[in-house]
Design a binder for this molecule. Structure first.
Ligand code: SAM
Ligand code: SF4
Length: 462
């Protein structure tokens, strides 16, 4: 692993590598959850023990998100909660990472003296050294620095960092790209995560093989726009999917997020060729139902083109389940535009939607657009959208009652006293059974459907 030797060298030479306890508070998307996992794994290599309460920690890290409303405010308010802890334990160090760290850099420290260090989305590998430099202050060591900021993009460095997962379980995530070049006019990600970089295919393949040796049966390939993946060897996302399907022991492969504009016929062909290993679930954000708004958003497709992609995928996977992201109240969105969004939700029949009120983000083009939609109109549209979706969602899940679905058993839920796993369509199923089923694909008959989960019983072998 590229970064590993550096951290081990650090351990051998750093007198502060005696460790301590670390708590990470995570906001935002799966990308941030994955980054938190990597932070914990790197800090464990430097002798830190993860704890699940800030009260127990010597180091608290806030892994922030700035995709939607009031991100900086959320950071300050969480940091403020730790004031009493810091008064009691002066050695406590507080760091801020993630998108707000990237965006605000040293300003965070200038405004809140409780924060000791800040690091950006491209500087996670520096975390063990940052923490230890920050803690050196207490020991009056020469490397001590009062306040530390590491938030520069590694423009030239290739994206070689391994996916570090401490306890991968049966199903896990594997990063394949980071950053984004699309510059949707509402989105801060290209500014907080930098230009898109793809990991070399061989690195992803090695990771997945390593994970399968540790018991992983399913991976979800992760990136802001996975289907614009481009390995340095020339392989695209379809080639990567084909390689993973053919050359690993995975039982299932998922991916998120795929961008409608990059969902091409080659990819669809690979999905078809690799059924049922490739799951029948596609998260395909459409954002807005009106082509006029889509153009203002710089999404690169029209409403009609989006619907064509949906049909193209449905032709090869008739049971596919779609989920999507939607923004309401984008600047200049009229009532008629919003009705187009409602109509598209109905037409595609999404089982799950993630819908948000538009919020202006710094540096983005849309923040400068005139005709910002009033807050009360956004609120009303969001409620209407959820109500319309609720009305159609229940019949979509009750259809599973009585069906026998293949479930990959992921674990045992102590609270419910049940095994749980997911169907190819990403539905969570709970059922009774023995723990030796964990990690296996088994048939489960669905006895009851709820809005977000299914209940079932294992079908005994004939
Ligand atoms: N890369 C993904 C894509 O293109 O679909 C999206 C990643 S973004 C982190 C997750 C979702 O947040 C977006 O799909 C969008 O619906 C929402 N989002 C992003 N910027 C937003 C903004 N300024 N206001 C409201 N929602 C926003
Ligand atoms: Fe943001 Fe658009 Fe990139 Fe998604 S594709 S991360 S919405 S800029």
């Amino acid at each position: 692993m590229a970064g590993n030797s550096t951290h081990l060298d650090l351990l051998e030479t750093d007198p502060l590598a005696t460790g301590g306890r670390v708590f990470i508070s995570t906001y935002g998307c799966q990308m941030n959850v994955n980054d938190t996992e990597r932070m914990y794994a790197l800090l464990e290599m430097a002798n830190y023990t993860p704890v699940d309460s800030p009260e127990l920690a010597d180091v608290i890290i806030i892994n922030s998100c700035s995709v939607r409303e009031k991100p900086v405010h959320k950071v300050y308010s969480e940091v403020g909660k730790y004031k009493k802890l810091k008064d009691k334990k002066p050695h406590l160090r507080i760091g801020v990472g993630g998108c707000v760290g990237q965006q605000e850099k040293g300003q965070l420290i200038a405004k809140s003296p409780l924060i000791d260090f800040v690091f950006g989305t491209d500087n996670i590998d520096l975390l063990p050294s940052l923490v230890s430099r920050s803690r050196a202050i207490d020991l009056e060591l020469p490397q001590r620095e009062q306040k530390l900021v590491e938030a520069q993009f590694q423009h030239r460095a290739p994206y070689h960092v391994e996916t570090l997962v401490r306890k991968p379980g049966v199903a896990t995530f594997v990063n394949i790209t980071k950053g984004c070049d699309n510059f949707c006019t509402f989105c801060v990600v290209p500014f907080t995560r930098g230009r898109e970089k793809s990991r070399p295919l061989q690195h992803v393949l090695n990771d997945v093989r390593e994970l399968t040796k540790r018991g992983v049966k399913e991976v979800t390939l992760l990136g802001q726009n996975v289907n614009s993946y481009q390995s340095e060897c020339g392989a695209d996302f379809a080639d990567l999917m084909q390689t993973l399907a053919r050359s690993t022991d995975l039982l299932r492969i998922r991916f998120t997020t795929s961008h409608p504009k990059d969902f091409n016929a080659k990819l669809v062909e690979v999905l078809e060729r690799n059924q049922p290993k490739v799951c029948e679930y596609v998260h395909l954000p459409f954002q807005a139902g009106s082509s006029r708004v889509l153009e203002l958003m710089n999404r690169g497709y029209t409403r009609e083109e989006y619907l064509e992609k949906v049909q193209m995928i449905r032709r090869i996977m008739p049971n596919v389940v779609f989920s999507t992201d939607i923004i309401v109240g984008f600047p200049s969105e009229t009532e008629a535009d919003f009705q187009d969004t409602l109509a598209l939700v109905k037409e595609v029949g999404f089982e799950t939607i993630f819908a948000f009120k538009y919020s202006p983000r710094p540096l983005t083009k849309a923040a400068q657009f005139e005709d910002q939609v009033p807050e009360d109109v956004k609120d009303r549209r969001l409620q209407e959208l959820f109500a319309a979706h609720d009305a159609q969602a229940m019949p979509m899940v009750t259809k599973y009652e009585g069906q026998i679905l293949e479930v990959l058993v992921e674990g045992y839920d102590q609270n419910r006293g049940n095994l749980h796993g997911r169907t190819s369509q990403n539905k969570n199923v709970f059922f009774l059974g023995s723990e030796d089923l964990i990690g296996k694909l088994i048939p489960v008959k669905i006895t009851k459907a709820f809005p977000a989960t299914l209940r079932g019983e294992v079908v005994p072998p004939q």
